[in-house]
Design a protein around this ligand. Sequence first.
Ligand SMILES: Nc1ncnc2c1ncn2[C@@H]1O[C@H](COP(=O)(O)OP(=O)(O)OP(=O)(O)O)[C@@H](O)[C@H]1O
Ligand SMILES: [Mg+2]
Length: 208
Amino acid sequence: MFISFEGIDGSGKSTQLVLLRDVLEQSGSTVMTIREPGATLLSESIREILLSTKQTITPTAELLLFSAARTQLVEKVIEPALEQGTVILCDRYVDSTTAYQGFGRMLDMESVKSCNRIATRGVMPSVTFFIDVAFEQAQQRMQFDTAAGEPDRMERAGREFFERVREGYLAIAKDDPARMVVIDGARDRAAIHDDILRALRDRTSLPL
Ligand SMILES: Nc1ncnc2c1ncn2[C@@H]1O[C@H](COP(=O)(O)OP(=O)(O)OP(=O)(O)O)[C@@H](O)[C@H]1O
Ligand SMILES: [Mg+2]
């Protein structure tokens, strides 16, 4: 079972991923948590390049770097783990590319879709949670996050960019309602977590 978490920076993805991981582990599932880009040596190296503020990266180079990191992750980690029956919880996946590079950077959507097809090798999550939070609220959450440090290259993109990204996520959800669950992320952690559990009980056979 493959589950991904999406949303703008600071929306609460990682928080919810950890809450779900704990519940799944307590109910006996073998769980693997992954962050994107990351989880392989190559993908973590690409992550460093992508998030560093030391250099500018063109939108197309950004698209290709995220895609390279993803395909390494899919082939080396996700495909083998799915074969073992592991529950994979992924902090961002292909929808991030559609939302950030497609809607946010406004790259040609056909090129983004082609890259996504190549990078995922057709491997898609069964369920994707889009934690929907307004830009201001996400910014506020990041400001109060003492572990967050300085904003990375992506986080510096600004309000208009993130508003396009959010609209992008909503468009993806509208296109693919069977996979993407939109969660109202403006509420407290427990209410969001409850919605996530409820959606998984409805949509999967996970022992929850
Ligand atoms: N529902 C919530 N209400 C209030 N604060 C929250 C909520 N969920 C998460 N937070 C806090 O907001 C901050 C950002 O949350 P989190 O790190 O989970 O977001 P994220 O989407 O993973 O961000 P990033 O994209 O930067 O990794 C953290 O300090 C977290 O504790
Ligand atoms: Mg996070």
